[in-house]
Design a protein around this ligand. Structure first.
Ligand code: SAH
Length: 476
């Protein structure tokens, strides 16, 4: 950003403009909306400028600008549309300490004037750093069509009413009041009786909102599944549809967040596995704060909230706050991953148990019962195993696991960009480095894709004993 947008306090301050032609008129039309004291220097001013001066809306000095004319000015516009004259007047203003804008000269200007959508006191400034004025105008037009002209009136009268609204509890209740005012009761009152009807409408609306008994907040811990929206449970969909606030982690896909109610507040708690971007304490506090304010909070976790999340800590915080809660389980990444390779997690005569492991915990690479895992036929679903692949590989080999044990890594399980990387324990690390994973990935230790098994069998038939090819990436 080369230009930083700010809103400058100009009420009662001096703004000076030099110029009397079209450029001056364009700027003055904007400046006249402010409460600043405007002074225009122009030897030959346009009739509009004269008329404004006669109406007392600005001060007109009918000569060219001279040193001393810009004393105490907050802003100065050089709008003579003449490069030499603009340079001269800008130098004078600059010496007097004003911020200087030279019309149509971005490079020598200290500030630029944005395109403005004016719904005073709501003001929207649009800037493109001079790169695309057409775009700025298009955005302005679009916003102007979308924001009703009464918005300014609603905001001005609403602002004066803010103190009274503090009678409502902070959070969901107050937001419900304001949204009712801006999008319902307010516009209706203006339609019926003009701006004068607004104050009465606000009083009635507040009485209504104070009347409705506060509903107690509640928290649902909801599993969002591995990413495919069709793998959401019906309960998860309903929860998303009813939530006031959705606090989600980074692995929850946009397609799923799309299903939340349009008025719901979405909060990205920005955590990926155990790599906390937002501290757990802050997440707990967020959940509690919104629950206390009476909101229906959905704490949305990728996969199943009971698998490698911080569910217990969050429940404890919610209980301590006296809020009610429930859990909506989801499809965990291991289930989606194993489905993606056409295998099952357990199988008669192969494995009667399966382990869910995490590659690393808060302290670093996680340790496990490597000896037990190294036994033939063992199956493990390894979460958060990308960075720890070499460590896991080393530990398992050290404890006597067969180097040819199949290992399959499923990236973005259930999503359109799902990738399946089939390899063996001995080849795991180089294969993963080559694969350059970018999405979430689950490692299935002890399982090969069903197709890969076929391939291996076929090869055995034709060529005699052979190993499964270490890199079979073609199963996506
Ligand atoms: N509660 C989640 C797991 C959270 S830990 C669940 O039940 O699935 C985050 C880890 O889950 C990631 O590092 C990755 O190993 C795994 N994961 C989550 N979504 C995944 C997906 N779509 N594909 C592959 N792995 C995924």
């Amino acid at each position: 950003m080369q230009h930083f947008p700010i809103f400058l306090a100009v009420a009662g301050r001096r703004i000076v403009l030099s110029g009397g032609g079209d450029a001056a008129l364009a700027k003055l039309r904007l400046l006249l909306k402010t409460e600043a004291h405007l002074t225009v220097f122009a030897a030959d001013p346009a009739p509009e400028i004269r008329a404004w001066a006669e109406a007392g809306r600005l001060k007109l000095v009918e000569r060219r600008l001279e040193p001393g004319d810009t004393l105490c000015a907050a802003l100065f516009y050089a709008a003579d549309e003449d490069a030499a004259e603009d340079t001269r007047t800008a130098a004078i203003a600059h010496a007097d300490g004003a911020l200087v804008n030279i019309v149509d000269n971005l490079e020598d200007s200290q500030f630029i004037t944005p395109a403005i959508v004016d719904r005073d006191p709501v003001t929207i400034a649009i800037g493109t750093e001079g790169a695309a004025p057409v775009l700025a105008r298009a955005i302005k037009k679009d916003l102007e069509e979308r924001l009703p002209p009464v918005l300014g009136t609603l905001a001005r009268i609403g602002k004066a009413f803010r103190a009274k609204v503090e009678a409502l509890p902070f959070g969901a209740k107050r937001r419900a009041f304001w949204s009712d005012y801006y999008f319902n009761a307010g516009p209706r009152a203006i339609d019926a009786g003009g701006a004068d009807a607004l104050e009465g409408a606000l009083d009635r609306l507040l009485a209504d909102h104070l009347d409705t008994a506060p509903k107690p907040g509640r928290v649902e811990f909801v599993g969002a599944g591995p990413g495919d929206p069709e793998l959401l449970t019906l309960k998860a969909r309903r929860a998303l549809h009813e939530a006031d606030v959705v606090i989600h982690d980074r692995l929850v896909t946009p397609e799923i967040l799309e299903l939340a109610r349009r008025e719901a507040t979405l909060i990205d708690a920005g955590k990926e596995g155990f790599g906390a971007a937002m501290a757990q304490g802050d997440i707990n506090a967020l959940i509690v704060e919104h629950g206390r304010a009476g909101a229906h909070v959905v704490r949305l976790q990728s996969g199943d909230p009971t698998v490698f999340g911080r569910l217990d800590e969050e429940i404890e915080a919610v209980e301590a706050a006296g809020l009610s809660w429930s859990i909506v389980p989801g499809i965990t990444a291991a289930s989606a991953a194993v489905a993606g390779i056409g295998q099952s997690l357990t199988k008669r005569q192969r494995n009667s148990s399966v382990r869910f492991l995490t590659g690393h915990d808060m302290k670093g690479f996680a340790d496990h019962d490597w000896h037990a895992l190294a036994a033939p036929g063992e199956v493990a679903a390894i979460y958060m195993g990308k960075k720890s692949a070499r460590f896991i590989q080393g530990r398992l080999l050290m404890h006597g696991a067969d180097p040819d044990t199949p290992v399959t890594v499923i990236e973005n399980a259930s999503r359109p960009d799902q990738r399946v990387i089939a390899t063996t324990l001995s080849e795991l690390e180089p294969t993963l480095s080559r694969a350059a994973l970018t999405g979430p990935a689950l490692t299935l230790f002890g399982l090969a894709p069903r197709d890969a098994v076929h391939t291996a069998v076929m090869r055995d038939v034709h060529r005699g004993p052979t190993r499964v090819s270490p890199l079979q990436e073609a199963f996506a």
